[in-house]
Design a protein around this ligand. Structure first.
Ligand SMILES: [Zn+2]
Length: 372
């Protein structure tokens, strides 16, 4: 018997589970793809945590082709059991990707932060009319306002300014299209364009989060780097493993994999994301008393035109030195009009409202004199 200390505070898991259950009851449905409910239940189930470690042990010691038939079958069964949306499923992120495009623009010097854009509701690129979410157009707006309004037209201009080489390079810098190395089995890669295949229309749609795929794990890990000043850490579930006599067998310290962007860029993008929740498309995610920043996403699923959507919100707090990231993805909300990120915002907001006091997250305007 081993004891495992994971990087989540067990005591607040019931809060998360309760909020997800409430959401599912409100939606009167079993969501098509199980989402965080699944990983929570798995984490809450101690036996399954041991199972992951067994699988990791097999994978560490042997290549798949070296396994016996029985071992392979066992591994595949475990993988089926453990197929979890957060790690193994990929999807188009939609507008939650926009802060990454803006960060790439600032970091490469393609943007200064002083830009303004005029959105007339669409742009004609290549052979396509590519629309903004707001068909009537957002009119003239600053860079910050473009993110607060989630304006596709502004993001298409930004994609053009960055250029396909640098855009594709920054997707990789943020770890998209690559394994994060999380200590859970069955991690998916997602699909990105290669620079040589990227035409102007693909660059335009990629810039606002369409036509490529990510996993929740990739987006969460990259988002942490985006808001923490640029450090990309390997996402880890297990923190420590103890034996039955109370001896520490293994200590998993945070692993810094790379630098992504400068602190200066990170601070600017955070300022814009605070604006998203305070006065942009993300106001429903606000939590009273706290400075929450974040970004909404409403992505129409393939094939387009079937009115099936994946809606999401990713947010963090506090604004200075963020400590918590909450990412809620709802794959096909069980409603007639799926195209609203409000469902994801409400869920994320409910979870944050419960866990912030528990985790001792600093309230807005509470920084004061440092308290010493
Ligand atoms: Zn627009």
């Amino acid at each position: 018997m081993k004891n495992i200390w994971i990087n989540l505070k067990i005591n607040f898991l019931p809060f998360l589970k309760e909020n997800v259950d409430t959401f599912l009851t409100r939606q009167n449905t079993i969501v098509k793809n199980r989402t965080i409910k699944e990983i929570l239940e798995c984490i809450l189930n101690y036996k399954l945590v041991e199972t992951i470690l067994d699988i990791l042990k097999i994978e560490d010691n042997k290549y798949y082709q070296d396994l016996t038939k029985e071992e392979r079958e066992k591994l595949e069964k475990y993988n089926q059991l453990w197929n979890n949306f957060c790690v193994s499923e990929f999807y188009e992120p939609g507008s939650t990707f926009k802060p990454f495009t803006i960060a790439a623009g600032l970091e490469t010097g393609a943007l200064t932060g002083e830009e303004s854009y005029v959105c007339g509701g669409m742009l004609h690129i290549g052979d396509h009319d590519i629309h903004c979410s707001h068909r009537e157009g957002h009119g003239s707006q600053s860079l910050k306002r473009s993110l607060e309004n989630s304006c596709n037209v502004a993001l298409m201009y930004i994609g053009q300014a960055i250029g396909k080489e640098e855009f594709c390079r920054y997707q990789k810098v943020f770890g998209f299209g690559e394994y994060t190395g999380i200590d859970l089995p069955g991690e998916a890669l997602g699909l990105l364009y290669d620079v040589k295949d990227m035409d102007p229309a693909s660059l335009a749609t990629n810039a606002f989060g369409q036509n490529f795929n990510v996993t929740m794990t990739q987006l969460s890990a990259a988002f942490c780097a985006l808001i923490n000043g640029g450090d990309y850490y390997k996402p880890q579930v297990v923190r420590q493993i103890w034996d039955e006599n109370g001896n520490l067998i293994e200590n998993k310290n945070p692993v810094l994999l790379k630098r992504t962007i400068s602190k200066e860029t990170s601070d600017i993008v955070k300022d814009y994301m605070l604006g998203v929740v305070q006065e942009g498309t993300g106001t429903k995610a606000a939590v009273e008393g706290y400075d929450v920043g974040g970004k909404t996403g409403t992505a129409e699923k393939q094939p387009r035109g079937n009115k099936k959507y994946l809606v999401s919100f990713i947010g963090y707090a506090p604004q200075e030195n963020p400590e918590v990231v909450v990412y809620a993805v709802i794959d096909e909300p069980n409603v007639a009009e799926q195209a609203s990120s409000a469902y994801a915002m409400q869920l994320a907001s409910d979870i944050m409202k419960d866990i912030f006091p528990y985790l001792g997250i600093q309230k807005a305007g509470a920084e004061g004199d440092g308290g010493q």
